[in-house]
Design a protein around this ligand. Structure first.
Ligand code: FE2
Length: 289
């Protein structure tokens, strides 16, 4: 399975879509009713859906795979004792495809979609390619991780003092759950071609008056290069590159394995972090009841 897209609800969705297109670097992928779709340069039909709503919310997180993979996961969900997940014949989004919808341990909504056809990649080396991970704040991060491991076949990748990382292919993590007092969207990370693409986009956003809220730097778990920005509509978004590839021989790390070097909040020792802005962003996009 591959992480495909995130579907957000947001007031003034045209302004949010314009930012994600004109500033962040996504490309138009169509509109339907109250929803604007934006894509990356990779082969997913879209990465981000922005639906007009009275208040911000994270509606769904969508994973894509073959019809066989999705059917096998549906059977796994049923076998795990989860209340019968709703089957959808055809999702009404760019790319189409059927699948099912399942609720996570703290109200998260996950969609599993059987890919019908892949989109034609775009020739733009500097633009975001795809989503590489979504981090969710959780009251009980280990219960949330256990749900996606047991019901959706994820594998535990690493566990730090605050976060539990899980993967659904050989990318170090597609989801992570961060300990928090409120279930909500922590951030969405976009995969870039390389460090140059991350750095050149930081420079481009600086020219527009936007400084990273954290970064650039290099993470511990996943070893990826990162730069976080807070969008004008209140979401924390990350440019990232060089996410570690792992297989079943990867040793799952523990909090003891993952400590920052003294006085550091990245492994290069160059980044600063705006905790107030990041903390506010992490409370903005909540799950609908
Ligand atoms: Fe991240």
């Amino acid at each position: 399975m591959r992480l495909r897209s995130v579907e957000l609800e947001v007031p003034d969705s045209p302004a949010a879509a314009a930012f994600m297109r004109d500033v962040w670097g996504l490309a138009p992928a169509g509109t339907r009713s109250r929803t604007t779709y934006l894509r990356g340069t990779g082969d997913h039909p879209y990465l981000l859906a922005l639906t007009e709503a009275a208040s911000p919310a994270i509606a769904t997180i969508t994973f894509a795979g073959s019809a066989g993979e999705v059917d096998a996961l549906h059977a796994r969900v049923v076998a795990a004792g989860v209340p019968a997940p709703a089957r959808v014949v055809e999702f009404d989004d760019p790319g189409g495809g059927g699948g099912f919808v399942v609720r996570g341990a703290e109200g998260q909504t996950f969609r599993l979609v059987a890919e019908v056809a892949r989109a034609e990649p775009l020739a733009d080396r500097l633009g975001p390619i795809a989503l590489t991970h979504v981090v969710l704040n959780a009251l009980d991060r280990d219960a949330c991780a256990k749900f996606v491991i047991d019901a959706l076949g994820f594998r535990l990748a690493d566990r730090t003092r605050h976060m539990t990382f899980v993967r659904c292919n050989n990318a170090h993590h597609a989801l992570a759950f961060a300990h928090a007092e409120l279930p909500a969207l922590n951030h969405v990370a976009f995969e870039m071609a390389d460090i140059d693409a991350v750095m050149k986009n930081i420079g481009r956003l600086r020219d527009l008056g936007l400084a990273p809220a954290w970064g650039p730097g290099r993470h511990g778990p996943g070893n990826n290069v990162f730069a976080y920005f807070i969008t004008p509509f209140g979401a924390s978004m990350e440019y990232t590159a060089e996410v570690q590839r792992v297989d079943d021989s990867y040793r799952v790390g523990t909090p003891e394995d993952w400590k920052w070097p003294p006085n550091r909040i990245d492994h290069w020792g160059v980044s600063t972090r705006d905790n107030a802005r990041l903390g506010a962003a992490e409370k903005t996009f909540r799950f609908r009841p």
